[in-house]
Design a binder for this molecule. Structure first.
Ligand code: NAD
Ligand code: UDP
Length: 388
């Protein structure tokens, strides 16, 4: 073995593999492609309906990884080429989904189809062809914490047993059916159960990833610049948009919900370990998040305001936030996860992985990117009279 041969966590050489990555053109996919191309010799069959976020990796032909990434513009809902690509690959990674909360209660059918029905053939082809699958689920699968059902000042609310989310212990607690917010979590839960059952009954080699609010550059879109003016992306892009436009950040129902945010680059390290250590990752469900970066949404808004002012050199507003009701912001049927702290025991034990980047540092690099990428375009968009 040459000294430059990369080895896995057990000291075995890592063989170059072909990876079919579905949803490769999205936020997580773009970072995963970047990492795989720049640090490994694996080949990517990149499947998506869009490729704007990976254009820099596909062109020009002089790039050092030329030949190791092929883009296939395929809608997995209805394309017979999918099975062929899965057969050609050693590993399939499925990232494709509708995964913005603004869609869950307003487009519940598309949400359920995208997160359950459309993922079925991917699972089936992997199982039938004995191919390994890494499937992206969500932390939202846990729903609400057990503690959220206790009175506000109850002492057990402080007990980690009542809020820490553990892959092999915590229940999945969703609201009633009319709260269509949970259409996403429920669809993701059923596909997780199906994959688990394929593993148990048919020997499918799988890994399930539950991301806890991964954030960073290229997440979602800025409304009216590279996405629809009326579109509602996830919170990082909503708040970035407000900051770029010099308008107050909107706190849904007071911004009391709590989240742990993790830097995309830390999270990608965890996925790389899963890819390259099948013996340790197969059959596992992994939380991937940063338990040290917990804030309320209100605190996130305050920190983003401070960081943005630092990186842009622009003073912040006197009243940087305003409250909006969830009904006004998301419409009928919205509901929320109260608190999301991942337990890290399993990923720590299996892959020895830990997140590194503090919330301040990850916001500083992300908002520097947002400012550099969008400030000029937003100025133009504001200056242009709207046609509607
Ligand atoms: P994203 O929306 O940026 O990426 C999803 C990609 O899938 C998009 O490029 C989209 O075009 C593609 N896609 C969707 N339907 C498709 C279809 N029918 N055919 C082909 N391509 C299709 O989202 P992301 O943040 O990169 O998330 C990736 C995965 O991780 C999703 O499964 C999501 O549920 C999960 N996840 C992400 C987070 C997070 O923090 N970012 C949190 C929880 C779960
Ligand atoms: N949120 C908010 N203002 C916004 C966008 C989102 O207060 O402009 C809140 C939202 O209600 C939720 C949290 O921020 O409590 C995180 O929302 P995100 O869309 O990122 O997804 P989630 O973590 O709920 O899956």
């Amino acid at each position: 073995m040459s000294s430059s041969t990369k080895v896995d966590l057990d000291g075995n050489p890592i063989k170059a593999m072909t990876i079919c990555m579905i949803g490769a053109g999205g936020f997580i996919g773009s970072h995963l492609c970047e990492k795989l191309l720049s640090t490994t010799s694996h080949t990517i069959l990149a499947v998506d309906v869009y490729n704007d976020k990976i254009k820099h990796l596909l062109e020009p032909e002089s790039l050092p990884w030329n030949g190791r990434i092929q883009f296939h513009r395929i809608n997995i809902k209805h394309d017979s080429r999918l099975e062929g690509l899965i057969k050609m690959a050693d590993l399939t990674i499925n990232l494709a989904a509708i995964c913005t909360p603004a869609d869950y209660n307003t487009r519940p059918l598309d949400t359920i189809y995208s997160n359950f029905i459309d993922a079925l053939p991917v699972v089936k082809y992997c199982s039938e062809n004995n191919k390994r699958l890494i499937h992206f689920s969500t932390c939202e699968i846990y729903g609400k914490t057990i503690g959220s059902f206790l009175p506000k000042d109850h002492p057990l609310r402080q007990d980690p047993e009542f809020f820490i989310l553990k892959e092999d212990v915590s229940p999945c607690i969703f609201g009633p059916i009319e709260k269509q917010r949970w259409s996403y979590a429920c669809a993701k839960q059923l596909i997780e159960r199906l994959i688990y059952a394929e593993g148990a009954e048919n020997g499918l080699e799988f890994t399930i990833v539950r991301p806890f609010n991964w954030i960073g550059p290229r997440m979602d879109f800025i409304p009216g610049v590279d996405g629809p003016s009326e579109g509602v992306p996830r919170v990082l892009a909503c708040f970035s948009n407000n900051l770029l436009r010099g308008e107050p950040l909107k706190l849904v129902d007071g911004g009391e919900s709590q989240r742990t945010f993790i830097y995309i680059k830390d999270a990608i390290e965890a996925v790389m370990l899963m890819i390259e250590n099948p013996a340790r990752a197969n059959g596992q469900i992994f939380n991937v998040g940063n338990p040290n970066n917990e804030v309320t949404v209100k605190q996130l808004a305050e920190m983003m305001t401070e960081v943005y002012s630092k990186v842009s050199g622009e003073p912040s507003l006197e009243s940087p936030t305003i409250d909006v009701s969830s009904k006004e912001f998301y419409g009928e049927g919205y509901d929320d996860s109260d608190k999301r702290i991942p337990d890290m025991t399993i990923i720590n034990k299996q892959l020895g992985w830990n997140p590194k980047t503090s919330l301040w540092d990850l916001l500083e690099s992300t908002l520097t990117y947002q400012h550099t990428t969008y400030a000029e375009a937003v100025k133009h968009a504001i200056a242009k009279p709207t046609s509607s």
